[in-house]
Design a protein around this ligand. Structure first.
Ligand SMILES: Nc1ncnc2c1ncn2[C@@H]1O[C@H](COP(=O)(O)OP(=O)(O)OP(=O)(O)O)[C@@H](O)[C@H]1O
Length: 234
């Protein structure tokens, strides 16, 4: 279980996260939704250790990870699929996975390259290709595979559908559902509400740096008025 309590964080003056309470139960997927600029990516960066919280607690299975170095947070079992993928263009697919695995295993299940290739057969065909030669969808699959290779218990994904064709979004969604079914926990930041609701068990909605609403994904799917009020999309 990933549990945040009263977390405050930001950039220099002025906090973006204004006291965030959020839980991602083990083996569940939580979609973090909200309009542009409310602080979703800031929250992901704070959990992953790229930003230091100025107050509050972040615990993974009871262990306080708030403010640790990013590599130690990864080793504690937090995988990150960052916004924009951040893959390394001049490294091959296989090299990405080997490097991530070699950085020290996280506390979760191991994901050898062969398992990543089972999840994403298109990556298997391209294992010797440079990342720069991959399509956007393949790069996203690689970013997910790289996070898995670190052996996470929980994976944070920031906008995995960004810039992808609908058919590729469906492929990614299928893979994410398989990961959750295999016991992984997922925090999914996503503008594509259809994708988010198709993957997540629960929804958390952020408004101006706070979680203002939590509910089962199915309830959020049914409630058009709520989606319109909180996200501006029906
Ligand atoms: N590196 C940064 N330095 C200073 N301010 C930042 C930085 N990154 C984000 N911000 C500000 O923090 C606030 C929250 O941004 P954040 O990217 O977390 O929102 P978001 O909900 O992820 O938005 P989006 O959905 O557009 O990605 C915004 O006002 C943004 O301008």
């Amino acid at each position: 279980m990933l549990r945040m309590h009263d977390v405050v964080a930001g950039y220099g003056r002025g906090a973006v996260l204004q006291g965030v309470d959020l839980q991602v139960p083990s083996g569940r997927a939580v979609a973090l939704l909200g309009r542009n600029g409310v602080g979703k990516s800031t929250l992901v960066s704070t959990i992953a250790g790229l930003l230091r919280p100025t107050a509050g607690e972040i615990r993974l299975d009871g262990r306080d990870i708030a403010g640790l170095r990013p590599d130690l947070i990864a080793r504690a079992g937090v995988g990150l699929v960052p916004q924009g993928r951040r893959i390394w263009p001049s490294m091959t697919v296989a090299e990405h996975l080997a490097l991530a695995a070699g950085r020290g295993r996280g506390a979760g299940r191991a994901w050898p390259a062969e398992n990543v290739f089972e999840l994403f057969p298109r990556l298997a065909e391209r294992r010797r290709h440079l990342a720069a030669q991959l399509s956007g969808g393949e790069q996203q699959m690689l970013a997910i595979g790289r996070a898995l290779a670190t052996g996470p218990r929980v994976v944070l994904m920031d906008e995995p559908s960004e810039g992808l064709a609908p058919v590729v979004v469906d492929e990614v969604a299928t893979a994410l559902r398989a990961l959750v079914a295999a016991g992984l926990s997922l925090l999914l930041v996503e503008h594509d509400v259809h994708l988010a609701l198709g993957v997540a068990d629960e929804v958390a909605v952020m408004v101006r740096g706070r979680i203002v609403h939590r509910c089962p994904a199915a309830a959020f799917s049914r409630d058009e008025g709520l989606r319109e009020r909180l996200l501006g999309v029906a």
